[in-house]
Design a protein around this ligand. Structure first.
Ligand code: ATP
Ligand code: MG
Length: 418
């Protein structure tokens, strides 16, 4: 788990979150903030009992009443639960939601893999239309474009078909894998028994070699599933969203069917998935809601942010004003200025510590102040202050009651924070 503490990093996170929010709200999605703790059963029933997430990675705990709880390992199950609780009635069963926040998985720590990590995710309930899949994917594409990562990520899509198609494929794949399993690790052999689809995204070299000859899911799709997949592709082409088909994408969660997709960034090495999602048509009903289909995806904030150079944003454009009084009377007079300057939209720092002018100047420079207002006994006698341009190292005396108007005339027209 990580602390986020470097100012440029924090600023980058705010910026990325703001870009995502703008795009999603512009497409009619509303934010849902759900608790980070849920009943453990919610994830067992949705993500699936035989998945890595539930079997090995979930942080579970008992509360004082003996209720089994879990720190959420992903967002979709919580959003579905909240949707069913607050947004469904006999005649309403659709909605567009997004969420952002921390997720928890007890994984082996590696580069790009954390035990607390942040996701931004979207879910669309109430439509099985393939163009909705394409629309959601296009929103993801727009996001990567707006944060300047269009050329760094590759969109890969696949179809798992309906649960009937998947069942047939599962059997065929299992049969194939059993013929070559002597070359695999015990964990993979175990997976072949319980979750053979998961073998497809194994990182073992022997597995990847044998998979060249494995049957492809696309040969097991029903006519309906094939048409759905074709329409998704049509939609993506229509919206000029580049993609490749990767028949190895199955996703680690049980609830997906038809469309599944991932964005990968080669630059990230082994942990290269930056966003992923798919369609889930039975999840809402399985979790006690109406029989409505859904589709969604989530992106991993740490991985996305790590791809953006910190200097991408530079410092925030809000003017910074450093107030320094050289004696206690001066501090009191400057204290009076704080509110007005802040309300005018500046970032203001009042340095009241009884240190020398030199050390105050050093602190002002460190804070990257644009302007400094210096007030000492000499100026005060004349009703003046020193108005200093920190960047140009120039200064002039101005009347104390003109500080605000002077600054306002220097501020760029639009100076507010994001
Ligand atoms: P991976 O293949 O990397 O394990 P996943 O399939 O488990 O990913 P999802 O559950 O689909 O991932 O989550 C969506 C996104 O969240 C991923 O594409 C990734 O960017 C991010 N993510 C998932 N697990 C972690 C983690 N432990 N640390 C950081 N980011 C993560
Ligand atoms: Mg994972």
């Amino acid at each position: 788990m990580e602390d986020l503490y470097q100012p440029e990093q924090v600023r980058l996170w705010h910026w990325v979150e703001a870009r995502a929010r703008k795009i999603l709200e512009g497409a009619g999605f509303q934010e849902l903030r759900t608790p980070v703790i849920e009943e453990a059963g919610l994830f067992e029933r949705s993500v699936g009992e035989h998945t890595d997430i539930v079997e090995k990675e979930m942080y579970t705990l008992e509360d004082r009443n003996g209720k089994r709880l879990a720190l959420r390992p992903e967002g979709t199950a919580s959003v579905v639960r909240a949707f069913v609780e607050h947004f469904t009635s006999h005649n309403v069963s659709e909605g567009r939601f997004y969420y952002q926040g921390p997720m928890y998985r007890y994984e082996r720590p590696q580069k790009g893999r954390f035990r607390q990590f942040y996701q931004i995710g979207v879910e669309n309930f109430g439509s099985n239309h393939p163009l909705v899949d394409a629309e959601l994917i296009a929103l993801g594409h727009q996001f990567f474009k707006e944060v300047g990562l269009e050329d760094q990520v590759e969109l890969q899509i696949n179809s798992l078909g309906s649960s009937a198609c998947r069942e047939k494929y599962r059997n065929a794949l299992q049969e194939f894998l059993r013929t070559v399993q002597q070359d695999f690790s015990p964990e993979t052999r175990e997976r072949i028994q319980h979750n053979p689809l998961r073998v497809l995204d194994s990182k073992e070299e022997a597995v990847q070699n044998h998979l060249q000859k494995a049957p492809s899911i696309l040969d097991f799709l029903s006519t309906e599933a094939r048409e759905h997949f074709a329409e998704v592709q049509w939609g993506l082409k229509e919206l000029e969203v580049p993609f490749v088909i990767n028949t190895r994408i199955v996703r680690g969660l049980d609830y997906y069917e038809n469309s599944v997709f991932e964005w990968k960034a080669a630059r990230l090495g082994a942990q290269n998935a930056v966003a992923a999602g798919g369609r889930y048509n039975h999840l809402v009903k399985d979790l006690g809601g109406p029989d409505v289909p859904g589709v969604g995806f989530a992106l991993g904030m740490e991985r996305v942010v790590s791809l953006i150079p910190p200097e991408r944003l530079g410092r925030d454009p809000t003017p910074r004003v450093y107030l320094m009084g050289l004696d206690s009377q001066a501090n009191r007079e400057l204290f009076f200025q704080l509110r007005e300057l802040r309300e005018a939209g500046a970032q203001v720092y009042l340095d009241v510590e009884g240190t020398s002018l030199k050390s105050k100047m050093r602190r002002a420079a460190k804070w990257e102040a644009d302007w400094a207002i210096i007030s000492g006994p000499e100026e005060r006698g004349k009703g003046m202050v020193m108005f200093r341009n920190m960047k140009e190292s120039t200064q002039e005396e101005i009347p104390a009651d003109e500080i605000l108007s002077r600054l306002l005339s220097k501020f760029p027209t639009k100076t507010f924070l994001l």
